[in-house]
Design a protein around this ligand. Sequence first.
Ligand code: FAD
Length: 453
Amino acid sequence: MISTSNLRIVSRLNLSRWFVTRSLRTSAITVQNTPKKELADRLRLVILGTGWGSYSVLKQIDKKLFDVIVVSPRNHFLFTPLLCSTTVGTLEFRSIIEPVRNTGFRDEHHFQQAEAVELLPDKHTVICKSTLNGDRYDLKYDKLVIGVGAVSNTFGVPGVYDHAFFLKEISDARMIRNQILKNFELAMQPGVSEEEKKRLLHFVIVGGGPTGVEFGAELYDFVKQDVTRLYVHERCNVRVTLIEARQILPSFDEKLRTFAESKMRQRDQFELLQSSVTQVHADHIQLKDGEKLPCGLVVWSTGLAPRPFTASVELPKNNNSQLIVDKFLRVQGIDDGSVFAIGDCSFIESNPYPCTAQVAEREGSYLAKSMGLSAQGRGSEVEPFSWKNIGMLAYLGDYQGLADFPTSKLQGFKSWILWRSVYFTKLGSWRLRFQVPFDWMRTFIWGRDISQF
Ligand code: FAD
């Protein structure tokens, strides 16, 4: 039997659910107030990827004008700026991903869990391969948006694919978290030598960009706040080495970079090494000067390289194998202007922008608007793409951060508050805006969850 108070809770839940759904729908409201066309009359828009760029197109495209099909090996959007926090359990994996089916796919629009493997621009066709059953099929398009992102660059260093971890996807974060916890448990096994314990608990990060630095920051917090509590005897064996051939955080202001470097150097058992890795083995890495560093985990985060699909497309590319696009984001080499590329896989020759979520998201929303105008016969109103840097943030661990804005440079505790506040507001849905602070609070009160699965 349902009591009156239960009924009240149920109706409140329904009301809040209605409110949240309404808010989500309103935030995805289309650019123009256009009459709905019959499905057969709509242009077929194929979007490749569900990352920052593609997801932004998907959320903002006028679905009354386009028959939208999204193809991606991943059925969710990933909020990458908080990915490092999931590698040690500060945040949980599902707190930073959003299923794409929550974004208007309940009726005639489609999501296909597959990857694009070949582009035939003359036939307006992409050949796709299902990531579920391996089937290959042809997909026709009127307009195509390529937003497949990029992978980490290994610079041809032997052993990286076999022995190192990347940090790009939620599955990478899960593997890293399990490996860290496994190494702690292995170090606690009876009979393990001191030398082996030191190897298992030596974590190496290759690459001093924002991803490498933020992963180091999360590891530092984990060691300081949880290892001291849960693996008391192993605390002294933990060591973290961040290897960077040049300088850390190269895109940040020099003053902030110096602050970050001095913070890291102050930390016990944390080392900043200026060198490069020439080979990765199962139990050690080799440096340029021939030195061998025994270690239990290597996280590789150095630059970007093209996805196999981007590499396979025979169209003009720059030195980094990114597709060259014009200032309207149209891929060069395709005369009818039916193919666009956005985000990390693309390069605006006339005005190059950094490979960041900020740029990819802006490009996606620009494209949604410009394609909407063109489909309404108002193409002449479309302005070239432009982007203004609104600033960069990074977390350094121990409640310290960096905020590099065009007009001001902040460091320390205030920047950490800013870092959390900005990313909290940027989270794409109310569900995530609820889950992320909840995880932060849970970690603060009870510590990180160290279960392996
Ligand atoms: P992605 O977001 O990588 O999305 C690519 C999509 O394409 C994915 O859905 C993928 O599954 C899909 N795909 C791949 N291959 C195919 C295929 N063959 N066919 C179809 N789909 C395919 N940027 C910031 O601005 N601020 C930050 O704080 C920040 N922090 C970061 C932290 C980490 C750990 C990482 C890894 C990146 C961070 N970035 C940050 C960079 C930012 O995430 C990228 O620049 C951004 O994701 C690029 O967006 P994208 O749409 O080009 O590609």
